[in-house]
Design a protein around this ligand. Structure first.
Ligand code: NDP
Length: 264
């Protein structure tokens, strides 16, 4: 299948580890040049160099906190300077939360709103005009199954990811006349290093191993009874970026091993 992605330019937020890194590598394997950002500069500089060496594509990496609008402005300026704009934007940076609504203060809500919603708003607003000049593009937002089916311990995550899905739908309607396709992916359980780290901490004083703990979660939630690998999710993102997904517009796709428990 020819994905027609060679020599496109993709921006991936949170591209240093986990799903974002797998998406970056999946796109690079198709000949896509990359602009990656994350907060911790060294880790993503290392990954950027490895991707460049492995696939022979140009990779820009910038240390950015996507909750900070000045950082985002500097990132966009660097993208303009190196590539003259972008064809693909993947809003991926994000993380789980843990709180109760009665205890969480305004600052906590604001941080996750900036992380999961405003970063996507700001990057789309900054990069879409350039995509229009280039003749079209793709914007993909990485939300979560929790946007639809909440986990009890992270109401702020659930709420802000739901807002991201709605933003994505509205953006899709606004941009499709300019040949820019916007979609959302809602992953289920994805086995990233962070999940393993959390499992290791939780099980340090338990009889159970981290592996057994993770298997228990998979057994409890996912009919497929396992986590996805980041690469399994990334493959779907790469497909949605491609010309082979040319009629996919304004949709939300669940890649969750059957976890979503309703028909939508
Ligand atoms: P990881 O924690 O493995 O990676 C998160 C990435 O985002 C890192 O590169 C991190 O780098 C970056 N990041 C986090 N906060 C910021 C910030 N403020 N500014 C810039 N970069 C940031 O996460 P996953 O790969 O698991 O998750 C990626 C996305 O997928 C998230 O949006 C998550 O909500 C979603 N998702 C994940 C699921 C899972 O099971 N793993 C399931 C469903 C959805 P750094 O820390 O250096 O900034």
């Amino acid at each position: 299948m020819d994905l027609e992605l060679k020599d496109k330019v993709a921006v991936v937020t949170g591209g240093s580890v986990g799903i974002g890194l797998a998406i970056a590598r999946g796109l690079a394997a198709e000949g896509v040049h990359l602009a990656l950002c994350a907060r911790e500069g060294r880790r993503h500089a290392t990954e950027a160099n490895t991707i460049s060496a492995d696939f022979g594509v140009n990779v820009l990496d910038v240390a950015v906190d996507v909750t900070n609008s000045e950082d985002l402005g500097a990132f966009v300026a660097a993208i303009e300077s190196k590539f003259g704009g972008a064809d693909i934007l993947i809003n991926n940076a994000g993380t789980g939360s843990e709180e109760t609504i009665l205890e969480a203060d305004d600052d906590r809500w604001q941080y996750y709103w900036d992380l999961h919603v405003m970063a996507a708003v700001r990057l789309a607003r900054a990069l879409a005009p350039g995509m229009i000049k280039r003749g079209g593009g793709v914007v993909l937002n990485n939300a979560s199954i929790c946007a639809t089916q909440p986990l009890y311990y992270e109401p702020i995550y659930n709420t802000t990811k739901a807002a991201l899905v709605m933003f994505s739908k509205c953006l899709a309607n606004e941009l499709i006349p300019h040949n820019i396709r916007v979609n959302t992916v809602n992953p289920g359980l994805v086995r990233t290093p962070d999940w393993y780290k959390t499992a290791t901490i939780i099980t340090q004083d338990m009889e159970q191993t981290a592996e057994e703990f993770l298997q228990g979660i998979a057994d409890q939630y996912a009919p497929i009874k396992r986590f996805a690998s980041p690469e399994e999710i990334a493959d779907f993102f790469v497909f949605l970026c491609s010309a082979r997904a040319s009629y996919s517009v304004g949709s939300t796709y669940y890649v969750d091993g059957g976890w979503l428990n309703v028909v939508t």
